[in-house]
Design a protein around this ligand. Structure first.
Ligand code: IGP
Length: 306
């Protein structure tokens, strides 16, 4: 495994279980729904491009939602989600490959398989439009990226820091998720995306500069504290890596904060699933995030969450 620091005990046990899981013989062959088109459609409609996650429970959740996963996914799409993420990990997240298959049949947006995929054979368990590959847990990222693409999957490569980002980009990742949750402590800090994202822009900009020259900078969004998300352009680079801000986004203000830091899309689970006793209307929970204004207008578009 590609990890030197200690992992939170639930994560270590998830990985042990993942290592022992096997897939049926034979390779899947996916005709994937393009994720870039789903992002473009959302942007064109004025919706924040959101991957909403069907996550019945998790090591950090307070309870478990027993609702029909297909109904949950449909409610997320009705709330404006550009794509759906489905946990297929069974032991700690209450997920299943069957739920993913049913959801993919029921909705027409791209579906991400969220699991702990360690080896090539793990890719063959179930068809999906995207698969998550976590840099920290994968030994041969380049090999797994190739194997995923050969099957038709669009790989979303998850990183948590700059070193992992470099590994991801060197291996040829085009779609990168920056996880705000530290898997060593399971703590969430939105500054993770804010500090890693500009580095992704800088590295790909240098690569582009070799062939095309530098694009003009856009004025970066101003944050509510008056500082800038980063001095660099955040969304003007052609042939750029697509960046997804993952985890810990719970309010329209968080959405705007991640967009200001350069997120092309966001991945949100808990705030939509709401495992506690709070707001259980998944469609409304999704809508208040997809309708969060994409500009930096402070709280002008804040919808009261009662
Ligand atoms: O529930 P949150 O904080 O909105 O997070 C969603 C998603 O980012 C998170 O579930 C996640 C990110 N990377 C993962 C890897 C495995 C399992 C789960 C995850």
């Amino acid at each position: 495994m590609n990890s030197e620091t200690e992992l939170a005990p639930p994560v270590a046990s998830i990985l042990e279980a993942a290592d022992e899981r096997s897939s049926p013989d034979g390779r899947v062959d996916v005709d994937a729904r393009p994720f870039d088109e789903a992002i473009a459609r959302a942007d064109a409609d004025g919706r924040v491009p959101l991957i909403a996650e069907v996550k019945p429970t998790s090591p950090t959740a307070d309870g478990t939602r027993e609702d029909d996963p297909v109904e949950l996914a449909q409610a997320m799409v009705d709330g404006g989600a550009a794509a759906i993420s489905v946990l297929t990990e069974p032991t700690h997240f209450g997920g299943s490959p069957e739920a993913l298959t049913e959801i993919r049949e029921a909705v027409d947006v791209p579906v991400l398989r969220k699991d702990f995929l360690l080896r090539e054979e793990h890719l063959d368990l179930v068809e999906a439009d995207l698969v998550l590959l976590i840099v920290r847990f994968v030994d041969d990222l380049e090999g797994l990226l190739t194997a995923a693409r050969e099957r038709g999957f669009q790989p979303l490569v998850e990183v948590h820091d700059e070193a992992e980002l470099e590994t991801a980009l060197e291996a040829g990742a085009e779609l990168v998720g920056v996880n705000n949750r530290d898997l060593a402590k399971l703590e969430v800090d939105l500054e993770t995306f804010e500090s890693v994202a500009p580095k992704a822009r800088r590295i790909t900009r240098l690569e582009n500069a070799n062939s095309e020259g530098l694009p003009e900078s856009l004025e970066p969004c101003e944050r509510t504290d008056g500082s800038h998300a980063d001095g660099d352009a955040v969304s003007s680079v052609p042939n750029d890596v697509t960046l997804v801000a993952e985890s810990g986004v719970s309010s329209p203000a968080d959405v705007r904060r991640m967009r200001a830091a350069g997120a092309d899309a966001l991945l949100v689970g808990s705030a939509i699933m709401d495992h506690g006793a709070g707001e259980t209307d998944v469609e409304a929970n999704t809508r208040r995030l997809t309708e969060a204004s994409g500009n930096c207008d402070g709280d002008a578009n804040e919808i009261e969450h009662t």
